[in-house]
Design a protein. Structure first.
Length: 83
């Protein structure tokens, strides 16, 4: 199962991490990936100045924004779940 963790710490929360999580939830559901992706909120990844932080398994991604989530989903999540 693919682990996707979005930081919900103070800095990321203020930048909109809650909205990023909601978008990811909708995408995971729309593509029927509920059994393949474990989406969770997590606390500080010590990269607060880089924007919203997200881990996909062991890959750290910084600077996530709600307008980049769909591209990240396609490139980083969907490709790993669907060959």
């Amino acid at each position: 199962m693919l682990r996707v963790a979005v930081c919900v710490g103070s800095a990321c929360h203020l930048r909109g991490s809650g909205e990023v999580i909601r978008i990811l939830q909708d995408l995971i559901s729309a593509y029927g990936l509920e059994d393949q992706v474990n989406l969770e909120g997590s606390f500080c990844h010590s990269r607060c100045t880089g924007g919203i932080v997200m881990h996909i398994d062991d890959e750290l991604i910084t600077g996530v924004r709600k307008d980049t989530v769909f591209r990240l989903f396609q490139d980083k999540i969907l490709r790993r779940c669907r060959p």
